[in-house]
Design a protein around this ligand. Structure first.
Ligand code: SF4
Length: 468
């Protein structure tokens, strides 16, 4: 089980590597370790020595799921890996990735970050072709389409599949002798390429390249499919029908790690700039600016610098509260946020505080944080959010609750302020986010804030729609 969380759940982290003459499983493991923030439910690695694909998946964190013995059985010089939070399909081992699929020309392993909005239709079509499904994930739909699509070569099957998929998909895939990286034409989820010891690595975020010592080369372009094999890296397909782009703005606000570079922008600096914009849009007289750790901290630093109010720590986060297989009893569960944060009483007592957080989903965490800081003696609590109100669910790979559960879906800002019991509440505007990232609305997906979906979606699509 996981402790209660009111944060948006991330989608997934993916890695691919082709390192001739090297043991790729260890590199894949450490790449996934850097992407653990993108998914903590299950992890998996597939490798090949050029003759046979071996795969191992397990529930839990990458460090809990794999040991030296596991890695030593995953032999080979090419591999892919996946760390999962379920956005389609429930959390169980059948839905863990990489997913294997067999077709007339052999087998592949596939790892997916994103969400396919026409998965139900495609699955029905594939079942009519006689294919059987083991899981309830949309990723298995992609894998079966990749192996069974019409086409004389795998590159042709990729092109066919990309023509049929609607939604968000960053993929790493492998045959027994090649690794592929694929990104949907809108470029919703990130995917980057690095060079390591004469070989190539693909990963969701640049922080994974940094961790394994690879040098960032470029992103996989939206609509591009690349292959890495014994001849090196090259593009095998481009699908850019109308040149529209919709990378997820929420990667900059919350999802990506602060030390990653997304679309040319260091995430930490974008978040700090959001804090500075927030200070200009929602100034207040106060004694101390604090962030809700850890994701609110860069914006809090930016707010403090812009406002001239000192930055300080008000809460310490227990870094080890995350997934656990030990069930807390009811008394511990009721502690909720106290398991996660502990206030620094001397720092907050008698102070007028600006409390900066990255987003409000249901609002329950912020209400608990405000209550905790009030109990600790804070005199005033001014909540500042470095994103606009989230009013719509995400259909492209981030697991927000349903619309009815979102704090901002049917409440005004004043009503949310009253719900969380803050003295004042200010959200960053859409323009403020765009200024901070240095982008424009027409070059991003901002649908959870605006409702403007970059592609038609089946409204209120059920996360478990493909459940068997
Ligand atoms: Fe990202 Fe929001 Fe668009 Fe989902 S709806 S892809 S979270 S910007």
């Amino acid at each position: 089980m996981s402790f209660p969380t009111d944060s948006p759940r991330e989608a997934c982290g993916i890695v691919g590597a082709f390192l001739a003459g090297e043991d790729v499983a260890r590199t894949t493991f450490f790449g996934l370790h850097a992407l653990q923030h993108r998914g903590q439910e299950s992890a998996g690695i597939a490798t090949s020595d050029g003759r046979q694909i071996r795969v191992r998946t397990a529930m839990g964190l990458i460090t809990q799921s794999f040991d030296e013995i596991d890695l030593s059985t995953l032999t080979g010089y090419l591999g892919i890996g996946h760390t999962r939070y379920s956005t389609t399909g429930s959390s169980n081992i059948e839905n863990a990735q990489p997913i294997m699929s067999h077709g007339p020309d052999g087998e592949i392993a596939l790892a997916h970050n994103g969400n396919i909005v026409n998965a139900l239709t495609l699955r029905a079509e594939l079942e009519a072709w006689g294919l059987h499904f083991k899981s309830s994930s949309d990723s298995e739909v992609i894998a079966h389409l990749m192996t069974n699509a019409p086409g004389a070569t795998f590159a042709e099957r990729i092109a066919y599949t990309m023509g049929r998929l609607q939604g968000a998909y960053s993929l790493t895939m492998m045959t027994k002798d090649a690794v592929y990286g694929v990104r949907d034409p809108l470029g919703v989820r990130p995917l980057c390429i690095g060079k390591l010891n004469g070989g190539w690595v693909i990963a969701s975020e640049t922080c994974a390249l940094d961790q394994i010592g690879a040098d960032y080369v470029r992103d996989v372009h939206p609509g591009e499919a690349v292959v890495i094999d014994a001849d090196g890296l090259r593009t095998v397909h481009r699908r850019n029908i109308d040149q529209r782009r919709a990378p997820c703005i929420f990667e900059h606000i919350y999802m990506a790690r602060a030390d990653s570079v997304i679309d040319g922008h260091l995430v930490y600096n974008s978040r700090k700039a959001m804090g500075a914009e927030l200070a200009r849009e929602h100034p207040v007289e106060a004694d101390l600016v604090m962030g809700v750790p850890d994701s609110g901290t860069p914006a809090a630093v930016g707010y403090a610098e812009e406002s001239g109010i000192p930055f300080g720590e008000g809460l310490i986060k227990n870094r080890y509260v995350g997934r656990t297989f030990i069930l807390p009893d009811q008394r511990l569960r009721d502690m909720g946020v106290r398991m996660k944060y502990n206030p620094l009483l001397e720092n907050i007592r008698g102070k007028r505080m600006v409390v900066v957080d990255d987003s409000i989903v249901r609002g329950t965490t912020q209400a608990q944080v405000v209550a905790m800081l009030r109990r600790g003696g804070a005199k005033e609590l001014h909540l500042r959010i470095s994103a606009p109100p989230i009013q719509h669910p995400c259909y492209l790979g981030v697991d927000f609750p349903t619309r009815g559960e979102l704090a901002a879906s049917n409440r005004t800002v004043d009503e949310i302020r009253d719900f969380v019991d803050a003295d004042s509440l200010g959200y960053l505007s859409i323009d403020g986010v765009l200024n901070a990232v240095g982008t424009t609305e027409d070059r991003n997906c901002m649908a959870c804030f605006t409702g403007n979906q970059p592609i038609p979606v089946q409204l209120e699509m059920d996360k478990l729609a493909l459940e068997l």
